[in-house]
Design a protein around this ligand. Structure first.
Ligand code: MRU
Length: 355
């Protein structure tokens, strides 16, 4: 495998409203750089479900484009009522792809608001163009958001050399810089040298396959560790801060992220290391008071018993495979958003930062 240095876009829209979504298949990384052309909504749904595209903001952006693709089945000689019905049908369908990352529902709500704004006088061409414009706006604003997170967040790394991250919250999981990795990329842009310890992130290895790869492409020193090594690495004094992304943050600051994040936060507390979450406003769900209400995705047991195609557990063993866990707000030193830092993490501070 060669180390690539070109900019990799995880999501590219080609053409106008009758175009298609080109996704980098993240399940094949880091050994294969293969793209999928999504020309029907089922292919987008499957790509989200199977983690070909993954990470909270990227799921939302892809679903928005998925809605644009889904309404292409309504031809321009049809009527606006049929287009509306189809749009609502594909929005509902895309919402069933994954349950935890609230960015999916946030993006689909924005698309639905566009659909709701259509009147009987709206032409089908204008309506479809408006859907694409909204999907592109979601995508474009995510780029700015990720850069703003990096700018606000890099101050927490002043004087820091070693950091730890979990799962993948980089450019593959969002637009361009990502969220947690944006903090590292921005620090690097400002001349800071960091040494990033990367949890491999069982069972699907987003850390090993994606984060280590992204960091290496950008020339950031990266050391891969098994998830179970984090305590030892902290104890050895190699880590001065932990930064991860999030999939849904409740009004009190409790944050759901990839399974294993909660353990890292507990370990960080024990070792006196600050634990930060980097996430955009679109990852907050202010309709829920605490993390207890966050739906946790349960995934196929084969991901544990037959990881990457090889059986590693006895036939018929019972398996529990929650894909996310919730880190309580009191373990989080600050939440880094595009608007600034929420610190300390309290309901009052979350609400005043996000309105
Ligand atoms: O199951 P995944 O790979 O979609 O989980 C992704 C994560 O947990 C990320 O840390 C989170 O979505 C933030 S991405 C900027």
């Amino acid at each position: 495998m060669s180390t690539l240095t070109q900019k990799i876009e995880s999501m590219i829209w080609s053409g106008e409203a009758d175009g298609w979504l080109d996704l980098l298949d993240q399940t094949l990384l880091p050994t294969q750089l293969k793209r999928i052309e999504c020309r029907d909504v089922e292919t987008v749904w499957e790509a989200i479900k199977m983690l070909r595209v993954r990470g909270a903001p990227a799921i939302g952006i892809s679903a928005a484009y998925g809605a644009v693709i889904g309404v292409q089945t309504i031809k321009d000689d049809s009527n606006i009522a049929a287009l509306k019905d189809r749009a609502n049908e594909v929005i509902d369908y895309l919402a069933t792809s994954r349950p935890t990352a609230v960015n999916l529902f946030w993006a689909l709500d924005r698309i639905r608001a566009t659909v709701d704004s259509w009147t009987d006088e709206t032409s089908l061409m204008d309506a479809k163009a408006a859907l694409l414009a909204e999907a592109k706006a979601i995508h474009d604003s995510d780029r700015q958001t990720c850069h703003a997170i990096g700018k606000h967040g890099c101050s927490v790394l002043d004087g820091v050399d070693g950091v730890l991250t979990h799962c993948n919250a980089g450019g593959l999981a969002a637009a361009e810089y990502g969220t947690a990795l944006s903090v590292f990329f921005t620090a690097q842009d400002r001349g800071q040298s960091l040494h990033v310890f990367v949890d491999e992130t069982r069972p699907l290895l987003q850390g090993a396959r994606l984060t280590a790869w992204e960091l290496m492409q950008r020339g950031i020193e990266a050391t891969l560790i098994c998830d179970s090594m984090a305590a030892q690495v902290m104890r050895e004094g190699r880590i001065q801060a932990v930064v991860t992304g999030a999939d849904r943050i409740a009004a009190n600051g409790d944050a759901a992220n990839k399974i294993g994040t909660y353990s890292i936060a507990v370990l960080a507390k024990h070792h006196g290391i600050p634990f930060y979450i980097a996430a955009p406003a679109s990852t907050f769900d202010l309709s829920i008071e605490s993390g207890d209400e966050i739906p946790i995705e349960q995934r196929d047991s084969l991901e544990i018993t037959h990881g990457f195609g090889r059986q590693t557990a006895p036939d018929d063993v019972q398996v529990y495979n929650p894909a996310f866990d919730v880190t309580p707000a009191d373990l989080i030193e600050a939440i880094i958003t595009e608007h600034g830092l929420i610190q300390p993490v309290t309901t009052e501070n979350v609400r005043s930062m996000l309105g």
